[in-house]
Design a protein around this ligand. Sequence first.
Ligand SMILES: *[C@@H]1O[C@H](CO)[C@@H](O)[C@H](O)[C@H]1NC(C)=O
Ligand SMILES: *[C@@H]1O[C@H](CO)[C@@H](O)[C@H](O)[C@H]1NC(C)=O
Ligand SMILES: *[C@@H]1O[C@H](CO)[C@@H](O)[C@H](O)[C@H]1NC(C)=O
Ligand SMILES: *[C@@H]1O[C@H](CO)[C@@H](O)[C@H](O)[C@H]1NC(C)=O
Length: 372
Amino acid sequence: MHFSRTTVMYYELLTLMSIGTGILFITCYLHNIFPIQLVNTKSTGIADKNIYKKIYSITWNKRPSVIPTGLLKYKFRKCEFRNCKIGVASDKISLGKSDVVLFYHTSLNGKVPTKSSNQKWVFISVESKAYTNKNFKKKEWVNKFDWVFSYRTDADIYFPYGLLARTKIQTEKNYTNIFLQKTKNVAWVVSNCNAVSKRNKYIKEMNKTIDVDVFGRCGKSCSSPWNDDSCFNDLSKVYKFYLAFENSLCEDYVTEKAYRFYQDGFDIIPVYRGAPNIRNILPEGTFISSLDFTSPKELALHLKHVGSNESLYTSYLKAKDQFLSSSYSQQEMLQSLHCSVCEKLNTGYKRSTKLNLTHWIFEKKCLIPTDI
Ligand SMILES: *[C@@H]1O[C@H](CO)[C@@H](O)[C@H](O)[C@H]1NC(C)=O
Ligand SMILES: *[C@@H]1O[C@H](CO)[C@@H](O)[C@H](O)[C@H]1NC(C)=O
Ligand SMILES: *[C@@H]1O[C@H](CO)[C@@H](O)[C@H](O)[C@H]1NC(C)=O
Ligand SMILES: *[C@@H]1O[C@H](CO)[C@@H](O)[C@H](O)[C@H]1NC(C)=O
Protein backbone atom coordinates (compact mmCIF):
# COMPACT_ATOMS: atom_id res chain seq x y z
CA MET A 1 0.00 0.00 0.00
CA HIS A 2 2.66 2.45 1.06
CA PHE A 3 4.91 1.36 -1.78
CA SER A 4 2.23 1.64 -4.48
CA ARG A 5 1.30 5.17 -3.37
CA THR A 6 4.90 6.26 -3.87
CA THR A 7 4.79 4.70 -7.34
CA VAL A 8 1.67 6.67 -8.21
CA MET A 9 3.37 9.86 -7.02
CA TYR A 10 6.42 8.97 -9.04
CA TYR A 11 4.36 8.59 -12.18
CA GLU A 12 2.53 11.81 -11.45
CA LEU A 13 5.84 13.61 -11.12
CA LEU A 14 7.07 12.09 -14.38
CA THR A 15 3.94 13.23 -16.19
CA LEU A 16 4.30 16.76 -14.80
CA MET A 17 7.93 16.86 -15.85
CA SER A 18 7.16 15.80 -19.41
CA ILE A 19 4.40 18.43 -19.68
CA GLY A 20 6.89 21.00 -18.39
CA THR A 21 9.47 19.94 -20.96
CA GLY A 22 6.78 20.16 -23.64
CA ILE A 23 5.88 23.73 -22.66
CA LEU A 24 9.55 24.64 -22.57
CA PHE A 25 10.01 23.17 -26.02
CA ILE A 26 7.01 25.04 -27.45
CA THR A 27 8.24 28.27 -25.87
CA CYS A 28 11.71 27.85 -27.38
CA TYR A 29 10.18 26.92 -30.71
CA LEU A 30 7.99 30.03 -30.78
CA HIS A 31 10.91 32.11 -29.68
CA ASN A 32 12.94 30.85 -32.63
CA ILE A 33 10.24 31.81 -35.08
CA PHE A 34 10.05 35.32 -33.67
CA PRO A 35 13.56 36.04 -32.47
CA ILE A 36 13.33 39.86 -32.37
CA GLN A 37 10.04 41.65 -32.46
CA LEU A 38 10.05 45.09 -33.98
CA VAL A 39 6.31 45.05 -33.83
CA ASN A 40 4.28 45.54 -30.71
CA THR A 41 3.86 41.93 -29.67
CA LYS A 42 4.74 41.56 -26.02
CA SER A 43 4.04 38.04 -24.87
CA THR A 44 1.13 37.29 -22.61
CA GLY A 45 2.56 33.90 -21.72
CA ILE A 46 -0.08 31.96 -23.57
CA ALA A 47 1.79 29.19 -25.35
CA ASP A 48 -0.46 28.63 -28.31
CA LYS A 49 -2.49 31.43 -29.81
CA ASN A 50 -3.11 29.59 -33.03
CA ILE A 51 -6.30 27.98 -31.83
CA TYR A 52 -8.77 30.73 -32.52
CA LYS A 53 -12.50 30.75 -32.46
CA LYS A 54 -12.99 33.88 -34.50
CA ILE A 55 -11.39 35.58 -37.48
CA TYR A 56 -11.54 39.38 -37.27
CA SER A 57 -11.55 41.55 -40.33
CA ILE A 58 -9.73 44.83 -40.70
CA THR A 59 -10.39 47.01 -43.74
CA TRP A 60 -8.72 50.10 -45.11
CA ASN A 61 -11.32 52.63 -46.18
CA LYS A 62 -9.02 53.61 -49.05
CA ARG A 63 -5.46 52.72 -49.88
CA PRO A 64 -3.37 55.73 -48.84
CA SER A 65 -1.62 57.04 -51.96
CA VAL A 66 1.75 56.99 -50.13
CA ILE A 67 1.51 53.24 -49.50
CA PRO A 68 2.18 50.71 -52.29
CA THR A 69 -0.61 48.13 -52.76
CA GLY A 70 1.61 45.17 -51.88
CA LEU A 71 2.26 46.42 -48.36
CA LEU A 72 -1.39 46.18 -47.44
CA LYS A 73 -1.58 42.44 -48.10
CA TYR A 74 -0.29 41.53 -44.71
CA LYS A 75 -0.64 37.96 -43.52
CA PHE A 76 -0.26 38.47 -39.73
CA ARG A 77 2.41 35.78 -39.61
CA LYS A 78 4.63 37.84 -37.34
CA CYS A 79 1.88 39.08 -35.04
CA GLU A 80 1.18 37.72 -31.61
CA PHE A 81 -2.44 37.30 -32.65
CA ARG A 82 -2.85 36.01 -36.15
CA ASN A 83 -6.60 35.55 -36.42
CA CYS A 84 -7.18 38.69 -38.49
CA LYS A 85 -7.50 39.35 -42.18
CA ILE A 86 -6.90 42.62 -43.91
CA GLY A 87 -8.29 44.18 -47.06
CA VAL A 88 -8.94 47.44 -48.83
CA ALA A 89 -12.57 48.45 -49.39
CA SER A 90 -13.67 47.76 -52.95
CA ASP A 91 -16.65 46.38 -54.86
CA LYS A 92 -15.82 42.94 -53.46
CA ILE A 93 -14.94 43.96 -49.92
CA SER A 94 -17.56 46.02 -48.15
CA LEU A 95 -16.94 47.89 -44.91
CA GLY A 96 -20.20 46.70 -43.37
CA LYS A 97 -18.90 43.41 -42.01
CA SER A 98 -15.51 44.70 -40.96
CA ASP A 99 -14.61 44.80 -37.26
CA VAL A 100 -12.20 47.69 -37.76
CA VAL A 101 -11.93 50.31 -40.49
CA LEU A 102 -8.60 52.12 -40.97
CA PHE A 103 -8.55 55.72 -42.21
CA TYR A 104 -5.37 57.47 -43.29
CA HIS A 105 -5.56 61.17 -42.47
CA THR A 106 -5.24 62.30 -46.08
CA SER A 107 -8.02 60.06 -47.35
CA LEU A 108 -10.97 61.61 -45.52
CA ASN A 109 -12.32 63.18 -48.67
CA GLY A 110 -15.55 62.08 -50.27
CA LYS A 111 -18.55 60.48 -48.67
CA VAL A 112 -18.40 59.26 -45.07
CA PRO A 113 -19.12 55.52 -45.08
CA THR A 114 -21.88 54.06 -42.92
CA LYS A 115 -20.55 52.88 -39.58
CA SER A 116 -21.83 49.51 -38.36
CA SER A 117 -22.56 49.08 -34.70
CA ASN A 118 -19.57 47.84 -32.69
CA GLN A 119 -17.26 48.69 -35.57
CA LYS A 120 -14.08 50.53 -34.54
CA TRP A 121 -12.68 53.32 -36.69
CA VAL A 122 -8.99 54.12 -36.48
CA PHE A 123 -7.53 57.49 -37.43
CA ILE A 124 -3.96 57.24 -38.72
CA SER A 125 -1.38 59.99 -38.91
CA VAL A 126 2.32 60.08 -38.12
CA GLU A 127 2.55 63.78 -38.93
CA SER A 128 2.60 66.55 -36.38
CA LYS A 129 -0.55 68.56 -35.76
CA ALA A 130 0.42 71.16 -38.35
CA TYR A 131 0.92 68.59 -41.10
CA THR A 132 -2.06 66.34 -40.32
CA ASN A 133 -4.81 66.79 -42.86
CA LYS A 134 -7.66 68.77 -41.27
CA ASN A 135 -10.58 67.00 -42.97
CA PHE A 136 -11.20 65.06 -39.74
CA LYS A 137 -12.59 68.28 -38.24
CA LYS A 138 -15.44 68.44 -40.72
CA LYS A 139 -18.88 68.01 -39.19
CA GLU A 140 -19.57 64.69 -40.93
CA TRP A 141 -16.44 63.07 -39.42
CA VAL A 142 -16.89 64.33 -35.88
CA ASN A 143 -17.32 61.59 -33.24
CA LYS A 144 -16.68 58.83 -35.78
CA PHE A 145 -13.25 57.71 -34.65
CA ASP A 146 -12.55 55.33 -31.79
CA TRP A 147 -8.79 54.89 -31.78
CA VAL A 148 -5.73 56.86 -32.95
CA PHE A 149 -2.49 55.59 -34.44
CA SER A 150 0.32 58.10 -33.93
CA TYR A 151 3.93 58.75 -32.95
CA ARG A 152 2.55 60.24 -29.72
CA THR A 153 3.03 58.08 -26.65
CA ASP A 154 -0.54 58.80 -25.55
CA ALA A 155 -2.01 57.28 -28.73
CA ASP A 156 -4.11 54.12 -28.59
CA ILE A 157 -1.61 52.61 -30.99
CA TYR A 158 1.78 54.20 -30.46
CA PHE A 159 4.48 53.85 -33.05
CA PRO A 160 7.71 55.85 -32.83
CA TYR A 161 9.78 56.68 -35.91
CA GLY A 162 12.71 54.83 -34.42
CA LEU A 163 14.16 53.20 -31.38
CA LEU A 164 17.60 53.34 -29.79
CA ALA A 165 19.28 50.40 -28.18
CA ARG A 166 22.54 50.23 -26.25
CA THR A 167 25.21 48.47 -28.28
CA LYS A 168 27.13 45.55 -26.86
CA ILE A 169 29.84 45.79 -29.47
CA GLN A 170 32.63 48.12 -28.43
CA THR A 171 33.68 50.08 -31.50
CA GLU A 172 37.42 50.48 -31.98
CA LYS A 173 37.76 53.83 -33.64
CA ASN A 174 40.55 56.32 -33.95
CA TYR A 175 38.56 59.36 -32.86
CA THR A 176 41.55 61.66 -33.31
CA ASN A 177 41.71 60.63 -36.93
CA ILE A 178 37.96 61.11 -37.36
CA PHE A 179 38.25 64.60 -35.88
CA LEU A 180 41.19 65.52 -38.12
CA GLN A 181 39.22 64.56 -41.27
CA LYS A 182 36.60 67.16 -40.48
CA THR A 183 37.31 70.27 -42.50
CA LYS A 184 33.80 71.73 -42.50
CA ASN A 185 31.38 72.93 -39.89
CA VAL A 186 27.64 72.48 -40.27
CA ALA A 187 25.60 70.56 -42.86
CA TRP A 188 21.86 70.50 -43.41
CA VAL A 189 19.83 68.44 -45.88
CA VAL A 190 16.29 69.58 -46.49
CA SER A 191 13.33 68.81 -48.75
CA ASN A 192 10.56 71.05 -47.45
CA CYS A 193 11.96 74.54 -47.93
CA ASN A 194 9.38 76.43 -45.85
CA ALA A 195 8.37 74.61 -42.68
CA VAL A 196 6.20 76.01 -39.89
CA SER A 197 9.07 75.71 -37.43
CA LYS A 198 10.76 78.59 -39.30
CA ARG A 199 13.93 76.55 -39.40
CA ASN A 200 15.16 78.39 -42.53
CA LYS A 201 15.12 81.69 -40.72
CA TYR A 202 16.86 80.12 -37.74
CA ILE A 203 19.57 78.68 -39.97
CA LYS A 204 20.11 81.96 -41.81
CA GLU A 205 20.75 83.53 -38.42
CA MET A 206 23.19 80.77 -37.42
CA ASN A 207 25.02 81.21 -40.70
CA LYS A 208 26.11 84.68 -39.61
CA THR A 209 28.27 83.07 -36.91
CA ILE A 210 29.17 79.59 -38.24
CA ASP A 211 29.26 78.23 -41.83
CA VAL A 212 26.13 76.23 -42.69
CA ASP A 213 26.05 74.34 -45.98
CA VAL A 214 22.60 73.40 -47.25
CA PHE A 215 21.98 70.28 -49.35
CA GLY A 216 18.84 68.83 -50.92
CA ARG A 217 15.95 70.47 -52.73
CA CYS A 218 16.77 73.89 -51.34
CA GLY A 219 20.55 73.72 -51.70
CA LYS A 220 23.59 71.94 -53.10
CA SER A 221 23.31 68.40 -54.40
CA CYS A 222 24.79 65.55 -52.43
CA SER A 223 27.10 62.88 -53.87
CA SER A 224 24.09 60.52 -53.85
CA PRO A 225 20.32 61.17 -53.79
CA TRP A 226 19.74 63.64 -50.97
CA ASN A 227 17.37 61.44 -48.96
CA ASP A 228 19.68 58.45 -49.16
CA ASP A 229 21.62 57.29 -46.11
CA SER A 230 24.84 57.36 -48.14
CA CYS A 231 24.45 61.13 -48.63
CA PHE A 232 24.30 61.56 -44.84
CA ASN A 233 27.16 59.15 -44.38
CA ASP A 234 29.36 61.16 -46.79
CA LEU A 235 28.52 64.41 -45.01
CA SER A 236 29.39 62.74 -41.70
CA LYS A 237 33.00 62.35 -42.83
CA VAL A 238 33.83 66.00 -43.40
CA TYR A 239 31.27 67.94 -41.38
CA LYS A 240 31.39 68.38 -37.61
CA PHE A 241 27.67 68.97 -37.07
CA TYR A 242 24.43 68.06 -38.73
CA LEU A 243 21.24 70.06 -38.25
CA ALA A 244 18.51 67.53 -37.44
CA PHE A 245 15.72 70.10 -37.53
CA GLU A 246 12.13 68.83 -37.46
CA ASN A 247 9.38 70.60 -39.38
CA SER A 248 7.46 71.09 -36.10
CA LEU A 249 8.37 71.50 -32.44
CA CYS A 250 5.90 69.05 -30.86
CA GLU A 251 6.19 66.70 -27.91
CA ASP A 252 7.28 63.16 -28.95
CA TYR A 253 7.70 64.26 -32.56
CA VAL A 254 11.14 62.78 -33.21
CA THR A 255 11.55 61.49 -36.73
CA GLU A 256 14.15 59.63 -38.75
CA LYS A 257 15.90 63.01 -39.09
CA ALA A 258 17.31 62.29 -35.63
CA TYR A 259 17.33 58.49 -35.51
CA ARG A 260 19.31 58.04 -38.71
CA PHE A 261 22.46 59.48 -37.09
CA TYR A 262 22.58 56.67 -34.57
CA GLN A 263 23.86 54.26 -37.20
CA ASP A 264 27.35 52.92 -37.17
CA GLY A 265 29.83 55.13 -39.04
CA PHE A 266 27.76 58.30 -38.81
CA ASP A 267 30.50 60.15 -36.95
CA ILE A 268 28.84 63.52 -36.67
CA ILE A 269 27.09 65.36 -33.85
CA PRO A 270 23.36 65.83 -34.44
CA VAL A 271 22.16 69.32 -33.55
CA TYR A 272 18.52 68.72 -32.81
CA ARG A 273 15.59 71.12 -33.02
CA GLY A 274 12.14 69.65 -32.52
CA ALA A 275 10.43 67.83 -29.67
CA PRO A 276 10.68 69.83 -26.40
CA ASN A 277 10.94 66.49 -24.52
CA ILE A 278 13.91 65.31 -26.59
CA ARG A 279 15.95 64.69 -23.40
CA ASN A 280 13.61 61.81 -22.55
CA ILE A 281 14.03 60.31 -25.99
CA LEU A 282 17.67 60.66 -27.09
CA PRO A 283 20.50 59.78 -24.69
CA GLU A 284 22.30 62.56 -22.84
CA GLY A 285 25.63 63.68 -24.27
CA THR A 286 24.99 62.32 -27.76
CA PHE A 287 23.39 65.40 -29.32
CA ILE A 288 23.03 69.16 -28.89
CA SER A 289 19.54 70.66 -28.61
CA SER A 290 18.85 74.11 -30.03
CA LEU A 291 16.16 74.59 -27.37
CA ASP A 292 18.94 74.89 -24.76
CA PHE A 293 20.05 78.17 -26.34
CA THR A 294 18.37 81.53 -26.31
CA SER A 295 19.17 82.42 -29.92
CA PRO A 296 20.65 80.98 -33.14
CA LYS A 297 23.78 82.99 -32.41
CA GLU A 298 24.22 81.43 -28.95
CA LEU A 299 23.86 77.98 -30.48
CA ALA A 300 26.33 78.81 -33.26
CA LEU A 301 28.88 80.07 -30.71
CA HIS A 302 28.47 76.87 -28.71
CA LEU A 303 29.04 74.75 -31.84
CA LYS A 304 32.23 76.71 -32.54
CA HIS A 305 33.36 76.02 -29.00
CA VAL A 306 32.66 72.27 -29.17
CA GLY A 307 34.02 71.96 -32.71
CA SER A 308 37.38 73.45 -31.82
CA ASN A 309 38.13 71.12 -28.89
CA GLU A 310 38.99 67.59 -29.92
CA SER A 311 38.33 65.89 -26.57
CA LEU A 312 35.04 67.72 -26.07
CA TYR A 313 33.94 67.08 -29.64
CA THR A 314 34.81 63.38 -29.67
CA SER A 315 33.15 62.82 -26.28
CA TYR A 316 29.82 63.23 -28.12
CA LEU A 317 30.82 60.70 -30.79
CA LYS A 318 31.99 58.25 -28.14
CA ALA A 319 28.72 58.60 -26.23
CA LYS A 320 26.70 58.22 -29.43
CA ASP A 321 28.64 55.08 -30.38
CA GLN A 322 27.15 53.39 -27.30
CA PHE A 323 23.80 53.34 -29.10
CA LEU A 324 22.39 52.04 -32.33
CA SER A 325 19.10 52.94 -33.93
CA SER A 326 16.43 51.10 -35.73
CA SER A 327 14.63 53.53 -37.94
CA TYR A 328 11.41 51.83 -38.98
CA SER A 329 10.42 51.32 -42.59
CA GLN A 330 6.94 51.95 -43.90
CA GLN A 331 6.44 48.20 -44.04
CA GLU A 332 7.36 47.79 -40.37
CA MET A 333 5.03 50.61 -39.46
CA LEU A 334 2.10 48.98 -41.23
CA GLN A 335 2.99 45.60 -39.80
CA SER A 336 2.92 47.06 -36.32
CA LEU A 337 -0.37 48.83 -37.00
CA HIS A 338 -2.03 45.66 -38.28
CA CYS A 339 -0.67 43.53 -35.42
CA SER A 340 -1.75 46.05 -32.77
CA VAL A 341 -5.25 46.34 -34.16
CA CYS A 342 -5.54 42.55 -34.24
CA GLU A 343 -4.31 42.37 -30.66
CA LYS A 344 -6.81 45.02 -29.53
CA LEU A 345 -9.66 43.08 -31.14
CA ASN A 346 -8.60 39.91 -29.34
CA THR A 347 -8.12 41.52 -25.96
CA GLY A 348 -11.26 43.68 -26.15
CA TYR A 349 -9.37 46.97 -25.78
CA LYS A 350 -11.43 49.91 -24.52
CA ARG A 351 -10.37 53.52 -24.03
CA SER A 352 -11.00 54.96 -20.60
CA THR A 353 -12.90 57.87 -22.20
CA LYS A 354 -14.49 58.22 -25.57
CA LEU A 355 -12.12 59.70 -28.11
CA ASN A 356 -12.68 63.32 -29.09
CA LEU A 357 -10.23 63.46 -31.99
CA THR A 358 -10.30 67.24 -32.38
CA HIS A 359 -9.53 67.65 -28.73
CA TRP A 360 -6.90 64.91 -28.77
CA ILE A 361 -5.03 66.50 -31.68
CA PHE A 362 -5.27 70.10 -30.53
CA GLU A 363 -4.90 69.73 -26.76
CA LYS A 364 -1.17 69.04 -27.16
CA LYS A 365 0.60 72.30 -27.61
CA CYS A 366 3.48 72.50 -30.00
CA LEU A 367 6.14 75.11 -29.37
CA ILE A 368 5.92 78.32 -31.32
CA PRO A 369 9.57 79.35 -31.68
CA THR A 370 10.44 82.34 -29.53
CA ASP A 371 14.19 82.21 -30.12
CA ILE A 372 14.11 83.84 -33.57
C1 LIG B 1 45.11 57.82 -34.75
O1 LIG B 1 45.18 58.74 -35.84
C2 LIG B 1 46.17 59.76 -35.64
C3 LIG B 1 46.03 60.79 -36.75
O2 LIG B 1 45.82 60.20 -38.00
C4 LIG B 1 47.55 59.11 -35.60
O3 LIG B 1 48.53 60.10 -35.37
C5 LIG B 1 47.58 58.11 -34.42
O4 LIG B 1 48.79 57.42 -34.43
C6 LIG B 1 46.42 57.11 -34.57
N1 LIG B 1 46.35 56.30 -33.35
C7 LIG B 1 46.31 55.00 -33.35
C8 LIG B 1 46.22 54.32 -32.02
O5 LIG B 1 46.33 54.35 -34.40
C1 LIG C 1 25.68 81.35 -45.52
O1 LIG C 1 26.43 82.46 -45.92
C2 LIG C 1 27.15 82.29 -47.12
C3 LIG C 1 27.96 83.55 -47.37
O2 LIG C 1 28.78 83.83 -46.28
C4 LIG C 1 26.19 82.03 -48.27
O3 LIG C 1 26.93 81.75 -49.43
C5 LIG C 1 25.33 80.83 -47.94
O4 LIG C 1 24.35 80.64 -48.94
C6 LIG C 1 24.63 81.03 -46.60
N1 LIG C 1 23.92 79.84 -46.21
C7 LIG C 1 22.70 79.90 -45.73
C8 LIG C 1 22.11 78.59 -45.29
O5 LIG C 1 22.06 80.91 -45.58
C1 LIG D 1 38.54 70.84 -24.02
O1 LIG D 1 37.44 70.24 -23.38
C2 LIG D 1 37.78 69.52 -22.20
C3 LIG D 1 36.52 68.87 -21.72
O2 LIG D 1 36.14 67.85 -22.59
C4 LIG D 1 38.38 70.48 -21.16
O3 LIG D 1 38.77 69.74 -20.03
C5 LIG D 1 39.57 71.18 -21.76
O4 LIG D 1 40.04 72.16 -20.88
C6 LIG D 1 39.22 71.85 -23.09
N1 LIG D 1 40.41 72.39 -23.72
C7 LIG D 1 40.50 73.66 -24.12
C8 LIG D 1 41.80 74.04 -24.79
O5 LIG D 1 39.62 74.45 -23.96
C1 LIG E 1 -14.43 67.86 -28.59
O1 LIG E 1 -13.36 68.74 -28.36
C2 LIG E 1 -13.55 70.00 -28.95
C3 LIG E 1 -12.24 70.79 -28.78
O2 LIG E 1 -11.75 70.72 -27.48
C4 LIG E 1 -14.76 70.67 -28.31
O3 LIG E 1 -14.96 71.95 -28.89
C5 LIG E 1 -15.97 69.79 -28.52
O4 LIG E 1 -17.08 70.32 -27.85
C6 LIG E 1 -15.72 68.38 -28.01
N1 LIG E 1 -16.83 67.53 -28.41
C7 LIG E 1 -17.45 66.74 -27.54
C8 LIG E 1 -18.56 65.91 -28.09
O5 LIG E 1 -17.14 66.69 -26.36
